[in-house]
Ligand binder design. Structure first.
Ligand SMILES: NC(=O)c1ccc[n+]([C@@H]2O[C@H](COP(=O)([O-])OP(=O)(O)OC[C@H]3O[C@@H](n4cnc5c(N)ncnc54)[C@H](O)[C@@H]3O)[C@@H](O)[C@H]2O)c1
Length: 339
């Protein structure tokens, strides 16, 4: 295989992010087609990557039949992830699927099973695991720099509301899935242990008009978790977060503390008498994790070319889905949920 040929499944925000990475940062990969149920979006993204309109599809079967490719990158709404994974696997295509992996645990099992049966790769989009700061924090923790981890607190505050499809919790599993799947994964990955008990509270404070149509919608939540190795996990979720994009982790250990992530966009500070000292903050997930998306997508291509298992698998995706479902159940019942 000279270059890994890719069909982008989804031409929205995340589709463009991955498309840009493949087009401009990964010489071993080539985007050959774009599929989205919205023809204008499919055509626009295809055109951005110098593909003519015959490479833009609104039907996935047509995309498979008409243009040869090796892998798909799924960035469509969460409730579609299983469907496209199963079709792709049945056609021997490798699958990169954005988080959240899917809606139910049965979906997760079917996706894992389909890819295993077809002997194709399934990688889930937890790009924080490819970020230098997160990787360094994990390494220091593993080397015992702060002793045994006691509490891992993960802040996940998204800058803007996701697409309208995500307002309905049945289609998305809510903000804890859409924004905080990353936090659930980071805590489990850093602690090297699975979730045992989860308690969560949530409310809709800033979007009453959305609440009228979608009564289960929430825009801020807190999760308290105990993992099997007795590490405590704390997730703090706000979306939309008015001041920007805030993704930081704090690991308190028996001998010290590790801080991962940053809120200041760069080192410039402007000081004036009237405004005080001002430094621009991080506003965008696309920019904050730009390098991590490149490393994540490069890893997917390397796994295909070298026939390797990705470092983020369907099993990891399933653990995050399981934790999110438990957190949503806890919100509904008002009590802790055992996993
Ligand atoms: N890893 C990350 O940091 C990250 C960031 C953003 C989004 N995401 C994930 O990517 C996925 C998409 O999010 P987004 O923000 O790009 O959404 P979006 O709404 O911007 O884009 C979704 C696209 O899917 C298309 N679509 C809708 N229904 C479809 C269907 N049934 N079949 C095919 N196409 C369909 C829409 O036309 C749209 O172009 C979600 O799972 C989200 O959680 C991950």
């Amino acid at each position: 295989m000279e270059k890994v040929k890719i069909c982008l499944v989804g031409a929205g925000r995340a589709g463009e992010v991955h498309g840009d990475v493949y087009k401009f940062s990964i010489p071993d990969a080539e985007i050959v087609s774009v599929f989205d149920t919205d023809l204008t979006k499919a055509k626009n993204l295809a055109s951005k990557f110098n593909l003519d309109k015959t490479r833009a599809f609104t039907n996935f079967d047509d995309a498979i039949k008409n243009v040869d490719f090796d892998a798909i990158v799924i960035t469509t709404p969460t409730f579609t992830h299983r469907q496209y994974t199963e079709i792709a696997a049945a056609n021997k295509k490798h699958v990169f699927c954005e988080k959240p992996m899917c809606i139910t645990l049965e979906d997760c099992d079917k996706m894992i099973e389909a890819c295993k049966k077809a002997n194709v790769i399934l990688q889930i989009g937890f790009m924080r695991r490819f970020d230098d700061g997160f990787k360094n924090g994990k390494q220091l923790l593993m080397e015992g720099e702060i002793g045994q981890p006691l509490i891992i607190k993960s802040v996940g505050r998204g800058p803007g509301l996701p697409g309208k499809w995500a307002y309905d919790i049945k289609n998305s599993n809510g903000t804890l899935a859409e924004v905080n799947s990353h936090d659930f994964d980071s805590i489990r990955w850093l602690a090297e242990s699975d979730y045992k008990v989860i308690y969560s509270v949530a409310k809709n404070s800033k979007n009453p008009e959305i609440g009228k149509e979608y009564p289960d919608f929430y825009d801020n939540a807190t999760v308290l978790a105990t993992l099997n190795n007795e590490v405590f996990g704390v997730i703090d979720s706000v979306c939309p977060c008015d001041y920007g994009y805030d993704a930081r982790v704090e690991i308190v250990g028996t001998k010290g503390v590790i801080f991962i992530g940053y809120l200041k966009e760069h080192t410039t500070i402007t000081c004036t008498r009237n405004k005080g000292c001002v430094s621009p903050q991080v506003l965008s997930w696309k920019k904050r994790f730009h390098e991590a998306y490149i490393a994540e997508d490069r890893h997917f291509i390397e796994c295909i070319l070298d026939n390797k298992t990705p470092i983020v698998t369907g099993k990891d995706g399933k653990h995050a889905v399981k934790a999110v479902i438990a957190a949503n159940e806890s919100i509904k019942k008002g009590m802790p949920v055992n996993l």
